[in-house]
Design a protein around this ligand. Structure first.
Ligand code: SF4
Length: 259
């Protein structure tokens, strides 16, 4: 489980990142950074029926409640993770080092869903710990949260060979794990990272460009589709793509605030 990660190597690195994504205001002082997060307790401090301490309301229903219309699994996240770690239901099991169930705050109203583990994740058994993961961690911090305050998972839990896109049958075989995780987490909003994650929730969408940056609905939950951090890395010099992702995250922040 992630402990207070510190992906910014130094102050200059932090300033540069916020400026690049058009969030320079976040850095000017700690006050605006706090203002950017929902008022009330930090997400990590939500201890009762989660979300009831998060003010605001939105398309997911009354203040702080998940709008998820799926039944709640009787299992815990750790029950699910334990099954994932020994699962051999699809061919991806053969090539993995460690399965990567996902990690984070089980009470988080915010869930990030990516495609699948890469090399670093496969070795460590943790999601988004490689270069793309470090960028995601920076984005989460730019939103005003610590990585450990949100939950991060993937569509498939084992690394596809050569980091290829998971085959449809692999994603379908693994789908019950992510669905069950969501039914236990009951987040208020899901951020999908890249097209594979979009395909999981919205299989009829042909291209990211059709929906990126616009809330979609899935089983009563708002879903914000945005680019995968690895796409930002592949287009490292393109500040416009970073700004698009930052705009998407600002919409998520506003939703959680109840704006
Ligand atoms: S990818 Fe999913 S279904 Fe396939 S072996 Fe891993 S945990 Fe099991």
């Amino acid at each position: 489980m992630d402990k207070k990660s510190k992906p910014f190597s130094d102050l200059a690195d932090r300033i540069r990142f916020f400026e690049e994504i058009g969030a320079g205001f976040v850095f000017k002082s700690e006050a605006p950074r706090r203002a950017a997060r929902p008022e009330g307790p930090r997400m990590a401090d939500v201890r009762s029926d989660y979300g009831t301490n998060v003010p605001g309301s939105g398309p997911s229903g009354p203040a702080g409640e998940s709008g998820l219309d799926l039944p709640r699994s009787a299992r815990t996240l750790e029950d699910i993770a334990a099954e994932v770690r020994t699962c051999r239901k699809c061919g991806l099991a053969a090539g993995r080092t460690l399965a990567v169930p996902g990690e984070g705050n089980p009470k988080s109203p915010l869930l990030f869903v990516g495609e699948g583990p890469g090399h670093d994740e496969d070795v460590q058994g943790r999601p988004f710990v490689g270069r793309a993961g470090q960028l995601l961690t920076k984005i989460i911090q730019a939103m005003g949260y610590d990585r450990s305050e949100v939950f991060i998972a993937n569509v498939v839990k084992c690394r596809p060979p050569e980091n290829r896109v998971p085959h449809r049958e692999e994603a379908e075989t693994c789908a019950p794990f992510l669905l069950e995780q969501i039914s236990v987490l009951r987040p208020r909003v899901i951020v999908t990272l890249g097209k594979t994650a979009v395909d999981f929730f919205l299989p009829d969408v042909k291209a990211m460009g059709m929906i990126r940056g616009n809330f979609q609905e899935w089983h009563g939950l708002p879903i914000m589709p945005t680019f995968h951090p690895s796409y930002l890395i592949r287009n490292e010099g393109n500040k416009e793509i970073k700004r698009m992702v930052w705009n998407d995250m600002q919409k998520v922040m506003a939703f959680l605030r109840g704006d």
